[in-house]
Design a protein around this ligand. Structure first.
Ligand code: ADP
Length: 321
């Protein structure tokens, strides 16, 4: 039931029960307040909604005491709808992602991998009509909590996209951009950040004599490593990667895969990939998505040699999508 449709309902009881089915993030709770003000609800109905607002706020703001320090994310009963609830893209996802490991998200096209990945740093939040329900904890804090402003979340959980997308500025400025925009102006500090980030992204040796060159003039593989350096410059905990090698040739791909393998000593990595060979080469754990459901999750070797689920088996044997 979409939010607009709820407004159109005639029966107040229907309104309240429909609203109760929708669990919205804290930003959207204002909508509940408007409902209470606008509609002729009786006392009990108002109490129901007010309690809902209160409970959801408490849920979002509570620190998860039992958060396992070996995890980077704990995801609980996460559902997501696009188009004001008309299209459900994720169904009751429950999963724990481990610290300093590479987790691969695999599955046929349109099964929700990117949607899930983008939610880990709330990249999807700008999409009109997005509704989420359930909880995603990063180091014990709900990512929709007031304690985790979205900009802070995105510095902790960085993102590398499918198509390398350096800014049209120098290599140096690309990497310094994030730290600068967070207020670091000291040239010596910036130099250190830029050099180390480029080193960690396995690009420094190739570009050290031309840091003034435009980032967009590098080769595709170098541009992607520059984008990784740009994320590293923010010193994140997690790097999300959405098919980072699908636009690259095999040699550039091999370099990025080698890099991913190295990076996990410092960061946790969550990677969407269409390539099952890549998932097996670089990941420790694999999550298999199918039609918005997380069908199977486990050690990569287990998923690819002894999958428990028949659909997983069909997918890894190449029998679908
Ligand atoms: P995958 O990454 O596995 O290819 P996606 O997460 O991109 O899958 O998409 C999951 C489902 O959500 C698909 O059916 C897709 O069409 C739908 N979807 C993705 N983005 C939007 C959007 N902005 N609005 C509506 N539907 C969307």
């Amino acid at each position: 039931m979409s939010i607009e449709k709820i407004y159109e309902l005639n029966d107040e009881k229907d309104k309240v029960s429909s609203i109760n089915q929708l669990y919205l993030d804290i930003k959207k709770l204002g909508f509940f307040k408007r409902i209470i003000k606008y509609f002729q609800l009786d006392h009990d109905q108002k109490v129901t909604l007010k309690n809902y607002i209160l409970n959801r706020k408490q849920e979002l703001n509570k620190i998860k005491d039992d958060f396992d320090p070996n995890h980077i994310f704990e995801v609980e009963h996460f559902n997501l709808w696009y188009l004001n609830g008309k299209k459900q893209a994720l169904f009751d996802i429950n999963v724990n992602l481990k610290k300093n490991k590479v987790t691969a998200l695999i599955g046929p096209s349109g099964c929700g991998k990117s949607t899930f990945l983008r939610n880990l740093n709330r990249m999807n939040d700008e999409i009109d009509g997005l509704i989420v329900d359930g909880n995603i904890y990063h180091n014990g804090i709900n990512i929709r909590s007031k304690k985790m402003p979205i900009l802070q979340l995105r510095t902790k959980v960085g993102m590398v996209f499918q198509k390398p997308s350096p800014f049209s500025m120098s290599i140096y400025d690309n990497v310094a951009y994030g730290p600068r925009s967070h207020g670091i102006k000291d040239k010596e500090i910036l130099d250190k950040i830029v050099i180390q980030a480029l080193q960690d992204a396995a690009l420094y040796d190739e570009v050290k004599d031309e840091l003034d060159k435009l980032g967009t003039e590098l080769s595709g593989g170098q541009q992607q490593r520059l984008c990784i350096a740009r994320v590293i410059a923010m010193s994140p905990d997690v790097i999300l990667m959405d098919e980072p090698t699908s636009a690259l040739d095999p040699i550039a791909t091999a370099k990025i895969e080698e890099l991913i393998f190295k990076l996990k000593s410092k960061f946790s990595i969550v990677l969407v990939t269409h390539s099952m060979a890549q998932a097996q080469r670089v990941s420790d754990e694999t999550a298999f998505f199918y039609k918005g459901h997380l069908v199977e999750f486990g050690a990569t070797r287990q998923i690819f040699t002894k999958p428990k689920n028949k659909i997983t088996n069909n997918y890894i044997l190449g029998k679908m999508g």
